[in-house]
Design a protein around this ligand. Structure first.
Ligand code: AMP
Ligand code: MG
Length: 412
């Protein structure tokens, strides 16, 4: 057995960012940019009206004139025909190009159109018109040739919009790591089936796929493999095509815990088996050298809660590294225990807790957890309280660190 920190560093030493690829904006969300992005145009490309109203010469109105002749009308997508001269106005819609000679837009609310006698005039009730009012000048947002994003930026939805604005349909990014998920166990049936005698539903598969997505990976659901060498080898071979293969179950010391042996037969080199951790001790980790870059393989214990803890401590950081994202430790808060806690003290222990606010402090309520298979209780947890090894007794009111779960972050 190795310590948690040692296990994590052995994983991260082997987790290299995926090579950057030129991909469409539809795949850019959350990805890390591997190039500088430069604008190919001035944006906006023309002086642009920001409101519906009338384009005017501001000095006309400040000089006391309040009635202007309407000489043109321009909508978004049109080009103005007439340059504007003193005494004139152009009806203009939001997004349309401002005519030459105009330097302000007066909003509709301050304008009254008069069409009497076939001549259109507009009376303007605004003496405070300033030059540039309601106009975004050409290139005011971004200049042609100007960098808009640097290498290393994690792209957001807004960024996708700005990339399109500066002419990019594709960008060089580190793609989402592809993560195969393969639960193993002859007792497992898919969620759509009613379990027969001795069977349970595969809850780890959907949970792990969702965790992979939440970590920025692209899950590849491989269904279920029963505990036979041939079926495991067949399914594992599919999973070894991906950047990461996550297995669940079959890594302990039972007669049908075949996963480590089959992985070794497939050429996956074991890096470690066993971590000083509760729950999650049987964790297996190995690497397959592959022409297209090495594959990381995690054998998580089958118990759902053990699998979750191992995912958060070890798999999530690996996905983060392959995605070229900076490592961030999981959000952790200090909370006081609402009741005493006792554990064996031989391994660092993670225990599910609900968090309750009590004035200016946070209370950690230990859940009535019925062992590491108890997903039902875990679904009520806001976080996992951390109890280091070496001490087994904790009094109520003592402060502990609580690693927040996703649910805790969203607060639902
Ligand atoms: P194992 O690690 O294979 O010894 O499995 C440990 C426990 O987790 C057993 O009680 C299994 O039935 C349960 N288990 C294994 N795989 C899954 C799964 N995919 N979904 C739900 N429970 C599982
Ligand atoms: Mg099993």
């Amino acid at each position: 057995m190795i310590e948690i920190e040692r296990a994590l560093s052995m994983i991260l030493e082997r987790a290299r960012p995926r090579a950057a690829e030129r991909l469409g904006l539809d795949q850019s969300l959350g990805r890390v940019l591997a190039e500088e992005v430069i604008s190919d145009i001035d944006s906006p490309p023309y002086d642009k009206a920001l409101m519906d109203g009338y384009a005017v010469v501001a000095s006309d109105l400040r000089g006391g004139r309040d009635e202007l002749i309407v000489v043109d009308e321009v909508a978004a997508g049109d080009m103005p025909c007439e340059p504007l001269q003193s005494g004139m106005a152009t009806r203009i819609m939001t997004g349309a190009p401002v005519p030459r000679g105009a330097d302000a837009i007066v909003v509709d609310e301050c304008c009254q159109l008069d069409q009497a006698g076939g001549i259109k005039t507009v009376r303007i009730d605004d003496r405070g018109v300033r030059p540039s009012q309601n106009i975004l000048g050409r290139g005011r947002s971004v200049r042609r040739g100007e960098p808009v994003f640097q290498v290393g930026r994690r792209l957001s939805a807004i960024d996708a919009g700005l990339l399109a604005e500066v002419g990019r349909t594709q960008v060089l990014i580190h793609p989402a790591p592809r993560v195969a998920v393969l639960p193993t166990g002859s007792e497992l049936v898919p969620a759509c089936d009613v379990p027969g005698p001795g069977q349970i539903r595969n809850s780890n598969g959907p949970m792990l796929c969702a965790l992979v997505s939440s970590a920025g990976g692209q899950p590849v659901d491989l269904g279920i493999a029963r505990d036979t060498e041939s079926e495991l080898a067949h399914q594992m071979n599919l999973g070894l095509q991906e950047d990461i293969l996550i297995l669940s179950g079959g890594v302990s010391s039972g007669d049908f815990d075949l996963v480590p042996r089959v992985l070794r037969d497939l050429g996956v080199e074991q890096v470690f088996h066993g971590v000083r951790l509760k729950p999650g001790r049987p964790l297996w980790f190995g690497v397959l050298s592959h022409a297209k870059g090495s594959r990381l393989v995690f054998g998580l214990p089958g118990n759902p809660v053990s699998g979750l803890v191992c995912f958060e401590l070890f798999v999530r950081p690996a996905i983060t590294a392959l995605a070229a994202l900076p490592q961030k430790s999981r959000p952790t808060i200090a909370a006081r225990l609402s009741v005493p806690f006792r554990h064996t003290g031989d391994r660092p222990t993670y225990f599910p807790v609900g968090l309750v606010s009590d004035g200016d402090r946070t209370l950690a309520r230990l859940l009535d957890w019925k062992g590491s298979a108890d997903l039902r209780t875990l679904a009520c947890a806001d976080g996992l309280a951390q109890f280091p090894a070496g001490r087994s007794e904790y009094a109520s009111n003592e402060t502990v660190q609580v690693m927040l779960l996703e649910r805790g972050l969203f607060g639902n």
